[in-house]
Design a protein around this ligand. Structure first.
Ligand SMILES: [Zn+2]
Length: 180
């Protein structure tokens, strides 16, 4: 029996369990018309904080799911140091959130959909493991990636469709019409 291999299977299954909870948060964001990103923080096998993106609701560009869930977790632990905690987030953290994650000294970050343009957990840059910063996190990417990405894709497709119906292209302006 290969204990290492078995351990990986168990880790993987529990990563998917917690990511499913993060996805539940992302769906709440979706229903509220927010970019659907959700996050939970796990400590000793328990979820101690949950949050979803609330930029529009709070009219606050810093109200990403990760920022909100970190604040909640700090309150739950009673310490700004989250050294024995893992964050599960449906989308790869942006530079702002990655910075906050490093400041709270989170042990591990697990994300769903990668963000090639702005992801700061290894896609566009890697702030979570930046050599000269005083803390580095373990990172696991692409857990339940398909589900996490599909939710985002669906949201942005809907947004585009709404924008189009509110602002239809003018008739006769052939240079700006596509595929007619
Ligand atoms: Zn962010």
């Amino acid at each position: 029996m290969r204990i290492g291999a078995d351990k990986n299977v168990i880790d993987r299954q529990s990563d998917e369990f917690y990511m499913t909870e993060a996805l539940r948060q992302a769906r709440r964001a979706y229903e509220a018309g927010e970019v659907p990103v959700g996050a939970v923080i796990e400590r000793n096998g328990r979820i101690i904080a949950r949050a979803w993106n609330q930029v529009e609701l709070l009219n606050d560009a810093t109200a990403h799911a990760e920022m909100l869930v970190l604040t909640k977790a700090e309150a739950a632990v009673g310490d700004w140091r989250l050294t024995d905690c893992t964050m599960y987030v449906t989308k790869e953290p942006c530079p702002m959130c990655a910075g906050a994650i490093v400041h709270t000294r989170l042990r591990r970050v697990v994300f769903g959909a990668a963000d090639p343009k702005a992801g700061a957990a290894g896609s566009a840059m890697n702030l979570l493991q930046f050599p000269s910063l005083n803390h580095r996190c373990e990172v696991t990417g692409k857990v339940l990636e398909r589900e996490c990405r599909e939710l985002l894709r669906q949201f942005f497709a809907e947004q585009r469709a709404t924008a189009k119906s509110q602002n239809p292209p003018k008739n006769g302006n052939k240079t700006h019409q596509k595929g007619s």
